[in-house]
Design a protein around this ligand. Sequence first.
Ligand code: ADP
Ligand code: MG
Length: 268
Amino acid sequence: MIRIRGLGKQFKGRQVLRDINLDIQEGQVVSIIGPSGAGKSTLLRCINLLEVPSEGEMAVDGKPVHYKTNAKGKLTILSHIRLSWLRTDVGMVFQQFHLWPDKTVLDNITEGPRIVQKVPKLVAEARARGLLEKVGLADKMNEYPTSLSGGQQQRVAIARALAMQPKVILFDEPTSALDPELVHEVLEIMVQLAGEGMTMVVVTHEMNFARNVSDRVLFMEEGRITRDGRPDELFGQPSPRMAQFLRSLNPITEPRGVSVHENRYQSV
Ligand code: ADP
Ligand code: MG
């Protein structure tokens, strides 16, 4: 579904991604973990060209993503039509939800399909209602985002991503901005999506999600992927740097190997 070769990214001459090589298969759930500043968000943002890579090749669903920039770093080769195809295939869910505050929940979800995919209004609305039911928010259809809790807003953002019927969804720390008691309601939706076979790439600090839900975990540090494997392999034998990272996430409980959210996802 995603193929990346030799991807690099510099910001003002500073190298923040180096030689990223990655193949993600259809239906795979891949968690990306690692310290702040490692380049996790930049990698996700490069995949759908929210950031333009400095070098390297990418393909999504077998289609090469051609990009080229001018001296100012603006995209020049990929046309807007191609870009909207890419953004249709590759959904994104952000830490800060990024819902449109002046649109109702329903309009937030129908906007993309109607504008980008030219889906008729009634069809888009029927699709949105189905998705709101799926995320447990059918009764919030006509509300505005500000009247919802963070967990509800993030569930709307997931419904909005799904409305485009993407081939893969990228999640950038989808639960990091939430009050702890709201984290589970978003994770439950993600677990459900994973079970349905959605291809997902998830930057997360929720180690129980990484450990129990994903098929594969990547550890990033200093712009590189330094570990890549099954969760049991990585968590069973972390590199010294990864062990240090895991301890830093949960300094009080980690020595016993138990984290505060442990019991929530034991069943998955
Ligand atoms: P992570 O998500 O792993 O915390 P990021 O991908 O956000 O890391 O950032 C990687 C590095 O790139 C950081 O040092 C960050 O400061 C830098 N960076 C990210 N975005 C920009 C930007 N738009 N301009 C300049 N530097 C950036
Ligand atoms: Mg980040």
